[in-house]
Ligand binder design. Structure first.
Ligand code: ADP
Ligand code: MG
Length: 623
């Protein structure tokens, strides 16, 4: 034995904070602790199943894997035991003294953000793991014996900052696996009652892939609470929606309702079963930098790994599993990477999920709209990562546009094209409210031309990878000449000539000189009907907002000089064109440029000269 005495340790600081929260929890749905302990027990059984493929002696002939919930109402105790993989001394200290899993970390961050009482409500959403036992227990004892080991260890804590670990007498220890004993708080004694346990286990854990038994008091015969059958192997007709929902919650570690369920069996050259879910809300790791998926790979009902990347990154929010009999159980990491079967599965499952989402988009716009609101920004990554499916993804995509009344598809857009309109117009920017009121949109509005309002961070990327849809190119309304002259105004009037008077033409030339350092050109605009000025990108340069994004991300050093467009009809411009005062003209040209910048969500080029010029103007006005 490595350490024959009891050793006390303090919890990692984050665990102490989490425990404090559990001990003082006012969270009303304390039942969730049982779901957490049972899911740990089931994980331990799945790990053993997997490890014993390489080392069959681990599982030996100790009978079936099972989870047993034992109540002792008289003593006020509840025990959850499993004959799974078990934990060594070091594993106990590591697993039950620190916070390893990112889900729990994410929970802690949310609690910090939510401050105080609201944190309690988050417990149910996140699933905070083992430590949730302290919501109902004054003391937790864990006795564990690692599969194949001759020693057993006893971990104990009252959840108040410290735990201790000591060797456990082998005759009191499980033959293999883990026993978690809760000494229930006075106000939690109901968790030692048969009816409570039956109800909770059936509702929360009825579909974990390991059978669960209940022993209602010490010495009683075990009764079965859940058969551990793999739900995905059952025929669809025998599965109720609530079965799917239960299973979703246990496989996805999400505690809401699935927004879509995709269950199918592929037959033919490759055989596999998929049960996948689109979550009803955003998983906490959706925007993690590693962008990893969580689909699980099973071989003949044995859990192998959740790192097989069974879906493209842009579908990483999908939860569930693929089970195939066509891989060997002892499949290695390398095999998984190079397997043509897995490549075929990846393709098949991706196609199916996109097809199902596509159908849903057609038949149930509201439900799909919710999915799109949660995951659209992620799915759109596929527009530049998965060229093969770009058309399909574009068809699936929904957009906010200048046409009000909900999200629009590109199909809707194309149907509503105006006479002579050849492009799909868009505007990008990070602030949805600001882009919707951009001056650059005025000429489009006046002609009834719909414009896509793109405000997700990924939008700049896919849209600038120059896609088209049904032969219509995407075109930024803030880039190049707008060429709107051919499209009639809604009010039936002819498009006014942009340079209305010779004075305005002269003004353009003068402004070009004045602003030469800051803009590439000053020209009359097709875009503007109400505002006096706006900024656009040159015909060949990148969209200005996209360029800003790239420069903020450090991807480019320099930004291109914009073009200042002016509205030759605007009284301000007409007035300016007639002005004789050189200094004032100069000031106004600069101020108009700064105004255009501000309208684009930028700052004036030089705050000091901006304020001096404005000052001179105000001085004139109040004199
Ligand atoms: P998670 O299950 O998400 O990893 P938990 O807080 O529920 O987080 O559990 C922490 C860790 O403790 C687990 O990852 C596992 O290593 C270990 N553990 C908990 N319960 C058991 C058990 N019954 N058998 C084996 N290991 C367990
Ligand atoms: Mg767990």
């Amino acid at each position: 034995m490595t350490n024959a005495t009891t050793e006390s340790r303090t919890f990692e600081a984050d665990v102490s904070r989490l425990l404090h929260m559990m001990v003082h929890s006012v969270y009303s749905d304390r039942d969730v602790f049982l779901r957490e302990l049972i899911s740990n027990a089931a994980d331990a059984c799945e790990k053993l199943r997997y490890e014993s493929i390489a080392t069959p002696t681990l599982i030996g002939d100790t009978g079936k894997l099972a989870i047993t919930v034992t109540a002792d109402p008289e003593a006020g105790k509840l025990t959850i035991s499993d004959n799974g993989i078990g934990m060594s001394r070091d594993e106990l200290i590591e697993a039950l003294g620190t916070i390893a899993r990112s889900g729990t970390r994410a929970f802690m961050e949310q609690v910090e953000a939510a401050k105080g009482k609201d944190g309690a409500q988050l417990i149910g959403q996140f699933g905070v793991g083992f430590y949730s036992a302290f919501m109902v227990a004054a003391e937790v004892d864990v006795v564990s014996r690692r599969a194949g080991s001759g020693e057993a260890w006893h971990w104990t804590s009252n959840g108040k900052g410290e735990f201790s670990v000591a060797p456990a007498a082998i005759e009191d220890a499980p033959e293999r696996g883990t026993r978690v004993v809760l000494t229930l708080l006075d106000n939690a004694k109901t968790y030692a009652e048969r009816w409570t346990l039956e109800r909770i286990v059936k509702a929360q854990s009825g579909h974990v892939p390991v059978p669960i038994y209940l022993v209602e008091k010490p010495g009683a015969e075990p009764t079965s609470l859940a058969d551990g059958a793999a739900l995905w192997t059952k025929p669809k007709s025998e599965i109720r929606p609530e079965d799917y929902a239960d299973f979703y919650r246990s496989v996805a570690a999400q505690y809401d309702e699935p927004a879509a369920t995709i269950h199918f069996r592929a037959e033919g050259r490759h055989e596999y079963t998929t049960l996948a879910f689109v979550p009803g809300s955003k998983p906490f790791d959706l925007l993690d930098a590693d962008r990893k998926g969580r689909m699980k790979l099973y071989v003949k009902r044995v859990f192998i790994t959740d790192e097989a990347e069974l879906l493209p990154r842009y579908l990483r929010f999908v939860r569930g599993l693929v089970d195939t009999a066509d891989l060997p159980l002892n499949v290695s990491r390398e095999m998984i990477q190079d397997s043509p079967l897995l490549a075929a599965i990846r393709k098949g499952v991706t196609n199916r999920i996109l097809a199902d989402l596509g159908k849903m988009a057609e038949t149930d716009a509201d439900a799909f709209g919710e999915i799109w609101a949660n995951f659209g920004p992620v799915i759109k990554e596929g527009l530049y990562e998965d060229y093969e499916r770009r058309e399909q993804l574009l068809t699936l995509a929904r957009f906010a546009t200048t046409t009000t009344g909900g999200l629009r598809s590109l199909k809707d857009y194309v149907v509503a094209l105006r006479e002579n309109q050849t492009a799909i117009y868009y505007i990008v920017g990070d602030d949805p409210a600001r882009i919707a009121t951009s001056p650059q949109l005025e000429g489009f509005r006046a002609r009834g031309i719909e414009v896509l309002l793109l405000s997700d961070p990924v939008d700049g990327f896919w849209v600038s990878s120059a896609p088209d849809y049904e032969g219509k190119p995407f075109k930024s309304v803030t880039q190049g000449a707008a060429d709107l002259g051919l499209i009639p105004l809604l009010n039936g009037e002819a498009t006014p000539r942009a340079e209305s008077t010779p004075e305005v033409a002269t003004l353009l030339e003068a402004m070009k000189l004045t602003l030469a350092d800051e803009v590439a050109d000053v020209r009359a605009s097709d875009r503007l009907t109400e505002s006096a000025v706006c900024l656009v990108a040159p015909d060949t340069g990148p969209d200005r907002q996209f360029e800003k994004l790239l420069s903020a991300a450090g991807r480019i050093d320099d930004t291109t000089k914009p073009i200042l467009e002016i509205n030759g009809q605007h009284p301000l411009i007409v007035g300016l064109a007639g002005l004789q005062d050189e200094l004032l003209r100069d000031d106004l040209a600069h101020l108009l440029l700064d105004e255009a910048r501000i309208l684009d969500g930028e700052r004036p080029g030089d705050a000091r000269s901006f304020s001096e010029r404005l000052g001179r103007l105000i001085a004139k006005a109040v004199r």
